[in-house]
Design a protein around this ligand. Structure first.
Ligand code: ADE
Length: 248
């Protein structure tokens, strides 16, 4: 998986991505990261890449040409590999996009190359979005100062889906959203922490009871925090009986 990020703040992306699990995966060669500073493609010669909006209004707009040139450069690098025939997907981070979720992360993890375009100021000239962007994605209903954090959020979630990035110990099958349910709570030593004991069933050594308890905790959390997820969850008879018992 090769990530290319077009941004005005490459150091922010480099710092974030070279940390923790994604940093380890880059060091191992499971992921690659290339940041491209859009400012290097300024057409005015003085590093300027924004201008006033036509029609007036507050703020500045990132111009089309520097982004286009940055994109052409990235595309050339990707297509220098004779095995690559298709044009890479270009993801523009914007609150106006489709909202990111786990299945999207899974689907994007199957791509060989992904290009992210991070906007700033009041926006990006619409014509370059029309010309190069294949996917417009939001990470949630709030407005950030730029696309860098959203791009990192997406790359982090996608990276976890790339084979080998997580160790076996990290990759647990039962994680939140894997089955449209939230994950159950976890406990470690000591058995009693500041008067709070670990739920006794977890110390019982009875795997069947532990599994049932965890399943019920997942159902309970999902019901309490994200009830809308339940309609897509695969529920057995016992699950349904448990959920019904909650509303009694
Ligand atoms: N840029 C600014 N806010 C954003 C958001 N919520 N998601 C994606 N990109 C953004």
């Amino acid at each position: 998986m090769n990530f290319y990020v077009m941004t005005l703040f490459p150091e922010m992306i480099e710092q974030g991505m070279h940390t923790s699990i994604t940093g380890r995966a880059i060091a191992k060669g499971l992921l690659s990261l290339k940041t491209v500073n859009i400012r290097d493609y300024s057409v005015t010669g003085n590093g300027r890449i924004d201008d006033y909006p036509y029609g007036g209004g507050a703020g500045m707009v990132m111009q089309a040409e520097p982004i286009w040139r940055a994109y052409e450069d990235v595309k050339k690098q990707i297509q220098a590999d004779p095995a690559v025939s298709e044009s890479p997907r270009v993801i523009y981070l914007t609150p106006q996009g489709r909202v990111f979720h786990q299945e999207m992360a899974q689907e994007l993890a199957a791509e060989e190359n992904l290009i992210f375009l991070c906007g700033h100021y009041e926006g990006v000239d619409e014509r370059v979005i029309e010309a190069i962007v294949t996917d417009q994605v939001s990470i949630g209903d709030y407005v950030l100062t730029g696309g860098e954090l959203p791009a990192m959020v997406m790359m982090d979630a996608i990276s976890r889906m790339v084979p080998g990035v997580l160790s076996n110990a990290e990759s647990g099958q039962s994680e939140s959203f894997s089955d449209h349910l939230l994950e159950y709570p976890q406990y470690s030593r000591p058995e009693v922490w500041r008067d709070r004991p670990v739920p006794p069933v977890l110390l019982s050594g009875h795997h069947g009871n532990v599994d049932r308890w965890r399943r019920e905790q997942s159902l309970l959390r999902t019901m309490q925090n994200r009830p809308e997820l339940l309609k897509d969850a695969k529920l057995g008879k016992k699950d349904i009986a448990f959920l019904e018992s909650l509303s009694d």
